[in-house]
Design a protein around this ligand. Structure first.
Ligand code: GDP
Ligand code: MG
Length: 166
């Protein structure tokens, strides 16, 4: 089991925290897939049965400046080439403009998308469920997985789900 996984989400949703928790190893292999040259490899998750390479996708989570058509295209191509996309949101802050920007970029993407609802340690389940329902209407997600990257809740389940798909 192996694959390239793009991890996307607006700043501060917890992408780095998540990766730090999941990844125990620096890059161990060189890929023959050309996409790695234009994407930043953030880490590799390796066990006896799986190897997943997490990559950052330039041009997908910084709506501060208007991006050139080229960058938008590059980001779009990347998202279509990866084996899975983890789209991370912040359970506490809920849905916002920055999230919608990414949802728009994901509109025509073919790769399986997993919605990762992070920071569940900060919210009551009564707040979490409406947020999940809202997102169900906004995208076509393979699975929606609530986690706390900080406290480590449900990370095992997320990895289990990835192993089922990849
Ligand atoms: P990134 O910009 O998406 O890479 O976000 P970071 O990983 O840098 O996290 C931004 C902030 O959110 C940091 O202060 C983290 O400690 C905090 N954070 C990340 N994940 C969680 C979580 O699951 N729960 C809580 N309470 N805080 C979190
Ligand atoms: Mg980060």
């Amino acid at each position: 089991k192996s694959g390239f996984i793009a991890i996307i989400g607006r700043p501060n949703v917890g992408k780095s925290t998540f990766l730090n928790r999941v990844i125990g190893q620096k890059i161990a292999i060189m890929s023959d897939k050309p996409q790695t040259t234009r994407n930043k490899i953030q880490g590799v998750y390796t066990t006896d049965e799986a190897q997943y390479i997490f990559i950052d996708t330039p041009g997908i989570h910084k709506p501060k400046h208007k991006l050139g058509d080229f960058m938008v295209k590059v980001a779009e191509n990347t998202l279509n080439e990866v084996d899975a996309i983890l789209f991370m949101i912040n359970a506490k802050e809920g849905y916002g403009k920055g999230d919608q920007y990414i949802l728009d970029r994901l509109q025509n993407v073919k790769s399986p998308i997993f919605l990762i609802v992070n920071k569940i340690d900060l919210v009551h389940p009564d707040e979490l469920l409406p947020l999940i329902d809202l997102y169900k209407d906004k995208g076509n997600f393979q699975e929606i997985i609530p986690i706390s990257a900080l406290e480590g809740n449900n990370i095992d389940r997320l990895l289990q789900v990835l192993k089922e798909y990849l």
